[in-house]
Design a protein around this ligand. Structure first.
Ligand code: KG4
Ligand code: ZN
Length: 337
C-alpha cells in the first residue's frame, strides 16, 4: 500500500509517443491544471495512417509551444514543478525521442527530477483523472484498447499489474482503422465506424468472433479479412457500408466485452476500467455496462485518446514511491508493462 496522505505534487507530463504532441500539469495525480493536445490526425489523414517521419518532424515543430501553453494555463513556471514526466515507450522511436529530449533538457537546465513513464500505464491512470471524490478499490480489470494496443491487465494495487492477455495480431483500434479505410470512410476509422453504424444493422452480417478458448488474448485479423471478403461479393462495388460497419463493430465489441467481463469474474474484481482511444466507442461502453455486474468506468473522450495528463497522473504515483530517472533515460519503443 502506498501512503498517499502527505504528498502534494505538481507534475508536468509530456507525451509524444505517436501522433499527438501533448503537455499537461496535474496536481496530486488527480486534478488537471492544464491539458494541451496538438493532434496531428489531419496531417496523417492523407496517408490513411500515421507516417512516422512526418510525426516526429511535427512534434519538433510544436512541442515547445505546447509545453509553454500547458505551464501558462496552469499559471505555473518550471520552478513550481516537483518533477518532469515523459513517455519513454512504447511508441514510435522518432516521436518518443522528441518528448524525452525536451524533458531531459528541462530537467537538466532547472535541476528538476525526471520520471519516465510507460504509455500504457498512462492510459491506466487516465481513470484517476475522472472521479475525484472516490478512492478506487482494487483489484480492477483494465482494458487498454487503442490504435497500437489491446491489452488486458489486472491492476492489483497502485503500480502493480498482472498482464492477462493481449492481441495476437492487430490492435482493436488498428482493426477499426483498417476496416474504415476498406469501407472508404474518413481516417481514423474508429470514430467514423462508430458514427455510421448508427445508420446500419449490427445483424446484417454475421462476422466471426475469435474467442480462442479460455485465454484472455484477442485476434482481429480474421474479422478484418471477413469484412474484406463480404465487400468482394458485391461485384458492382455497391456494398452496404453502414451495415458492414455496424456488423463489424458488433463483432469487435463482442470480443472485447466477452474477454473483459470473463476476466472480471475470474478475478472477482471491484470494477472494470476502460482506457485508450477505442474506449470512446459508444457500443463498447453500452455493451460492457450491460454485461458487467461490477461498476464500469471510462474516462471522458478527451482522456481516452492520447494525452499528457494521464502521463503526469501515473508519474505522481511513481514519484511518491521514489522513482527518479537519470539524464541518460533512453527511449524504449517496445517497452512492456
Ligand atoms: O489511444 P489512442 O489515441 O492512440 C494510440 O495510442 O493508439 O487511440 C487511437 C485509436 C484509433 O485507432 C481510433 O480509430 C480509435 O482509437 N478510436 C475509436 C473511437 N475513437 C477513437 N475506435 C472505435 N470507436 C471510437 N469511437
Ligand atoms: Zn495511447
Amino acid at each position: 500500500m502506498i501512503d498517499k496522505t502527505e504528498e502534494i505534487t505538481r507534475i508536468l507530463g509530456i507525451e509524444t509517443s505517436c501522433d499527438e504532441t501533448a503537455a499537461a500539469v496535474v496536481e496530486n495525480g488527480r486534478t488537471i491544471m492544464s491539458n494541451v493536445i496538438a493532434s496531428q490526425t489531419d496531417l496523417h489523414a492523407q496517408y490513411g495512417g500515421v507516417f512516422p517521419e512526418v510525426a516526429s518532424r511535427k512534434h519538433v515543430e510544436v512541442v515547445y509551444a505546447v509545453v509553454d501553453q500547458a505551464l501558462q494555463e496552469a499559471h505555473l513556471s518550471v520552478e513550481d514543478l516537483d518533477c518532469i514526466a515523459v513517455t519513454y515507450g512504447p511508441g514510435l522511436v522518432g516521436s518518443l525521442l522528441v518528448g524525452v529530449n525536451v524533458a531531459k533538457g528541462m530537467a537538466f537546465a532547472r535541476t528538476k527530477p525526471l520520471v519516465g513513464i510507460n504509455h500504457i500505464e498512462g492510459h491506466i491512470y487516465s481513470l484517476w483523472l475522472t472521479e475525484l471524490d472516490e478512492e478506487f478499490e482494487f483489484p480492477i480489470v483494465t482494458l487498454v484498447a487503442s490504435g497500437g494496443h489491446t491489452e488486458l491487465y489486472l491492476t492489483i494495487d497502485h503500480l502493480r499489474y498482472q498482464h492477462l492477455g493481449g492481441t495476437l495480431d492487430d490492435a482493436a483500434g488498428e482493426a477499426f482503422d483498417k476496416v474504415g479505410r476498406l469501407l472508404g470512410l474518413a481516417y481514423p476509422g474508429g470514430p467514423a465506424i462508430d458514427e455510421i453504424s448508427g445508420q446500419g444493422s449490427s445483424k446484417a452480417f454475421r462476422f466471426p468472433r475469435a474467442l480462442m478458448d479460455d485465454s484472455y488474448n484477442f485476434s482481429f485479423s480474421g474479422l478484418k479479412t471477413a469484412v474484406l471478403r463480404e465487400t468482394k461479393r458485391f461485384e458492382d462495388g455497391q456494398y452496404p457500408v453502414a451495415d458492414l460497419a455496424a456488423s463489424f463493430q458488433a463483432a469487435a465489441v463482442d470480443m472485447l466485452v466477452m474477454k473483459t467481463v470473463a476476466a472480471a469474474k475470474a478475478y472477482s474484481v471491484k470494477a472494470i476500467h476502460l482506457a485508450g482511444g477505442v474506449s470512446a466507442n459508444r457500443r463498447l461502453r453500452h455493451q460492457i455496462e450491460e454485461a458487467s455486474t461490477v461498476p464500469v468506468r471510462q474516462p471522458p473522450m478527451v482522456l481516452c485518446t492520447d494525452n499528457a495528463a494521464m502521463i503526469a497522473s501515473a508519474a505522481h504515483w511513481r514519484f511518491i514511491t521514489g522513482r527518479r530517472d537519470n539524464l541518460d533515460l533512453d527511449v524504449a519503443p517496445s517497452l512492456r508493462l
